[in-house]
Ligand binder design. Structure first.
Ligand SMILES: [Zn+2]
Length: 279
């Protein structure tokens, strides 16, 4: 399920597509809001109740102008932040994003993706924006572009979607860590065929992110709810670590045909882990 939070504009500029300049705005696409603010009564510094705004300490109804935002950095201690200050931090950078080249959609390894933004047209840019995104969609290509954001030069990717453009900030090649991949082992035909059959069995037509949720967070919330109701909590036994698979072919065979009984994603993940562990 997508978040209820609306994306908000974090800047803009213009895309230089050859000699065509396309004014755009950037919007947060993923959860970027980590800092939480509370509303405080400016005069006394106490937390304000909203709708209607009311200070419980002073016992008065408040006007919007009497309220400031505060971030609780320690229990009951707030740093006051004014809207103007936040705006200046957001750095309304109006910079140009210069398209350097176009590459096939599948040409970029996701390891290079850093953060994702929505790109929307700004005033006067609708037609050129739609032309560019439609043409990129049709040619199945992404644009590599140079973009300065908050003083930092970024190489970004513009990616066409069914509805418009997305922007991904990228890691530079020298920011990607080296990794010692395992050396390839000889695999038998039987092993490969069984693995392919298992993949086939666990395959679906499309990725549906709504099917998955943060189960750890769900469990924490359930625990909090139970505690709030005054229930005593029995700690569950930790799940024992799966032993390494000794017979790969046997393990693959017994994994097959289990799809109908298990619709959730867990068996697939468990099976994948088992295979991965057997060297
Ligand atoms: Zn007050």
């Amino acid at each position: 399920m997508a978040s209820e939070k609306q994306s908000r504009s974090v800047g803009g500029g213009s895309i230089c597509f050859g000699l065509v300049s396309i004014p755009f705005r950037l919007y947060t696409a993923t959860s970027a809001e980590k800092v939480e603010f509370n509303l405080l009564h400016e005069k006394c510094g106490n937390r304000v109740k909203s709708q209607p705004y009311r200070c419980p300490a002073c016992d008065v109804e408040l006007d919007k102008t009497e309220i400031v935002r505060g971030h609780e950095y320690e229990k009951n201690r707030y740093v006051l932040i004014r809207d103007e200050e936040l705006k200046s931090l957001a750095g309304e950078a109006s910079e140009s994003m210069e398209i350097l080249e176009f590459v096939p959609l599948a040409a970029v390894d996701p390891i290079y993706y850093e953060k994702t933004y929505y790109v929307g047209p700004d005033k006067g840019g609708d037609k050129a924006y739609q032309l560019l995104s439609a043409a990129m969609r049709q040619s199945q290509r992404m644009a590599v572009a140079k973009f300065v954001m908050r003083g930092k030069e970024n190489i970004v990717l513009l990616r066409p979607t069914a509805s418009g453009l997305m922007m991904h900030t990228m890691f530079f090649a020298d920011e990607i860590r080296a990794f010692a991949w395992p050396s390839p082992l000889k695999l038998s035909n039987t092993e490969s065929e069984l693995a392919l059959r298992l993949i086939e069995e666990l395959s679906t037509k499309a990725f549906e992110p709504e099917k998955y949720s943060d189960e750890y967070r769900d469990r924490v919330l359930a625990l909090i709810e139970k505690k709030a109701r005054g229930e005593t909590i029995t700690l569950a036994e930790p799940v024992p670590r799966a032993a390494p698979v000794v017979d790969l072919v046997e393990a693959l065979k017994s994994s097959l045909g289990k799809r109908k009984t298990a619709v959730s994603a867990k068996p697939a993940v468990a099976a994948a882990k088992k295979v991965a562990k057997s060297k």
